[in-house]
Design a protein around this ligand. Structure first.
Ligand code: ZN
Ligand code: ZN
Length: 248
């Protein structure tokens, strides 16, 4: 088994050396391992530590346009991993920025600059204390899930990245919203979500899955073993993983 494309890769356009490889190094590696298609997806600009600088987005896009000429044997998408920044489901990609990208991913991250202090308080502080208090955790699980569902309803998100990572969510309701919006659910090779149990729950809905390496350096591009293992453990019909193929 192998994957044919990898739609979740971070490059040096992330701040603070979050992505270690340049876009060109990523492309060369992807060609070397036989991928047909990749998406460069650095964090949206409101990720405090690792986001793309807003004034570099155009430059990154132009770099990809240039490299498409140099490496015509592979399809290269310019994407973004947008951040959920409020309980109303807002993300850091404005309507106008949306048009800039070929593909939009979205995920929840700890280092985002949230919309308001109230959002920060809920996402960071209350979720933290929820670890020690079941009532609070249940309450926050509902609120967190509402935020993700609202984001899926509000934006055209192609892939929801690592649902369940960094904050508890109700996978059932997320899968339901993904089905409604035709959002693909990611099985991350980098993070621990979706895990087997969550894949099993989500598979009860009419949703597709994608395996992503979420590579932060070129060596990890195309990685899929850990994710595939979770999918197998969940008993998922592997045909539902859109980028998995039989063969060497
Ligand atoms: Zn992420
Ligand atoms: Zn990522």
């Amino acid at each position: 088994m192998k994957i044919t494309f990898d739609y979740h890769i971070h490059s040096t356009y992330s701040k603070n050396k979050h992505g270690k490889s340049t876009i060109e190094e990523i492309i060369q590696r992807a060609i070397e391992i036989g991928l047909k298609e990749i998406a460069i997806t650095d964090h949206g600009p409101r990720h405090f530590l690792y986001g793309m600088r807003a004034d570099k987005i155009e430059e990154a896009k132009n770099e990809i346009i240039r490299l498409r000429q140099v490496y015509p044997q592979i399809k290269i998408l310019f994407g973004v991993e947008s951040n959920i920044i409020s309980f109303d489901g807002d993300t850091d990609i404005s309507a106008e920025l949306f048009e800039t990208f070929d593909i939009i991913l979205c995920g929840y991250h700890l280092g985002a600059m949230y919309s308001s202090f109230k959002d920060f308080w809920g996402f960071i502080i209350l979720n933290y204390f929820g670890k020690f208090n079941k009532r609070l955790r249940d309450h926050m699980t509902k609120k967190n899930t509402d935020a993700v569902v609202k984001a899926l309803n509000k934006y055209k998100i192609k892939i929801l990245t690592h649902p369940g990572d960094k904050m508890p969510v109700d996978i059932k309701r997320i899968a339901e919203a993904a089905e409604k919006n035709k959002t693909i659910l990611e099985i991350s090779n980098h993070h621990d979500h979706l895990n087997a149990e969550e894949i099993k729950i989500a598979s009860n809905y009419d949703v597709s899955f994608v395996i992503s390496s979420d590579a932060h350096s070129k060596e990890n591009i195309g990685g899929f073993e850990k994710a595939l293992n979770e999918a197998k453990k969940a008993g998922l019909d592997l045909n539902r993983i859109i980028n998995l193929t039989k063969g060497e």
